[in-house]
Design a binder for this molecule. Structure first.
Ligand code: FO1
Length: 345
């Protein structure tokens, strides 16, 4: 798509795990290869990452979305799983199972455990999650990748997504489980009757987050889960207002293609908050910045082109382009389309 994009010196992405990480990987590839209008290898990319999936397990602080982005951009990710390390071994997990230590349903790989040990030790020594993340990224996000990328947790405070599910054995008929139990043990197979983000209202944005939104040339909402990833980032007090106030255009990429999520459990989460599971449903949920929302533009997949008028009616400029992140070129093209939508010719 033709574009009148200015020089892109900085881009900020609000990311969850797998979908966001893959999008950022394609964005960086597109910046290096020159397919992103106005961008170059010198464009600085800041990834503000969801931490509400985090949880303490076996005495270790696990940060799935931060680690998925870090491993993906550092080429340490297991691509099939979408989380954890490639070439992983599971001896510690096997030993824990032999001891019958719960939760056996949550697998920590041996290589991955090293990350959690470093993080836990640093947190216990008094470092903030931001400082821990910066330290871990000194190993994983080296300039060798030819672009400048920085990973920021959305907050250094404890924020945890919990999910209420039906449980006939309790007096209230409901039980609340940590997001990881809902997603990993239950495979999101039961309806999420409510999503509660514990600590959300008391949290403050991590250092650099508000500046990364205010002082950037473009803000992108990648195809991450709109409720438990992008939603929890926007829910950190001050972040949504910063997105609404930034002079940079704000463009989102639909995580719903053809009426369902590509991976993960966006459909269950959207249903639990009463949002239509469609590209237009999510775009309208985020809302146009001109009417109290956060979006200027919204990319939908070509299969959902019929929904474009519903977005334009809601004040969101929308385009239909291929949204399957099948390889780096495809994802880079999506990033280029986001820029072209931000600055149409
Ligand atoms: N997902 C699973 O489906 N099974 C697991 O055993 C599992 C372990 C795990 C360990 C570390 C980590 O960073 C992520 C892990 N995940 C696992 C994925 C995790 O539940 C998701 O990446 C996010 O929380 C959702 O985006």
């Amino acid at each position: 798509m033709p574009s009148s994009a200015p020089e892109l010196r900085r881009v900020t992405v609000l990311s969850g795990g797998v979908g966001g990480a893959r999008f950022v990987q394609g964005l960086l590839y597109g910046l290096r290869s020159g397919v992103v209008p106005g961008g170059s290898a010198d464009t600085e990319v800041t990834v503000v990452t969801n931490t509400a999936d985090d949880w303490w397990v076996h005495g270790l602080k696990v940060c799935p979305d931060l680690d998925t982005v870090m491993y993906t951009l550092g080429d340490g990710i297991d691509v099939e799983r979408g989380w954890g390390r490639r070439e992983e071994t599971w001896s510690a997990r096997t030993e824990l199972e032999a001891y019958g230590v719960e939760p056996t349903w949550f697998g920590l790989g041996d290589r991955d455990i090293a990350t959690h040990l470093v993080r836990t030790q640093m947190l216990e020594a008094g470092f903030t999650l931001s400082q821990v993340t910066e330290a871990l990224c000194r190993r994983w996000l080296t300039p060798a990748h030819g672009t400048r990328v920085r990973l920021l947790p959305m907050s250094d405070d404890r924020v945890e997504t919990h999910v209420a599910i039906a449980d006939p054995d309790t007096p209230s008929g409901r039980r609340v489980v940590h997001f990881q139990e809902y997603w990993v043990r239950l495979r999101a197979s039961v309806p999420a009757e409510a999503v509660v983000v514990v600590g959300q209202d008391a949290a403050t944005p991590a250092p650099g987050v508000l500046e990364a939104i205010a002082e950037t040339d473009l803000v992108v909402l990648p195809p991450s889960n709109p409720v438990v990833s992008v939603g929890t980032i926007l829910g950190v007090p001050g972040v949504r207002d910063a997105v609404r106030a930034t002079r940079a255009p704000v463009v989102g990429v639909s995580p719903i293609v053809g009426g369902s999520h590509v991976h993960g459990m966006a459909a269950q989460m959207l249903t639990s908050i009463g949002v239509e599971v469609s590209a237009a449903g999510v775009g309208r949920h985020y809302g146009a910045r001109s009417s109290g929302g956060v979006l200027d533009g919204w990319l939908v997949d070509e299969r959902d082109a019929a929904q474009l008028p519903r977005l334009e009616e809601a004040g969101v400029r929308a385009r239909a382009v291929p949204l399957m992140m099948s390889d780096h070129d495809a994802t880079a093209a999506m990033a280029a389309a986001a820029v072209s939508l931000a600055w149409p010719a």
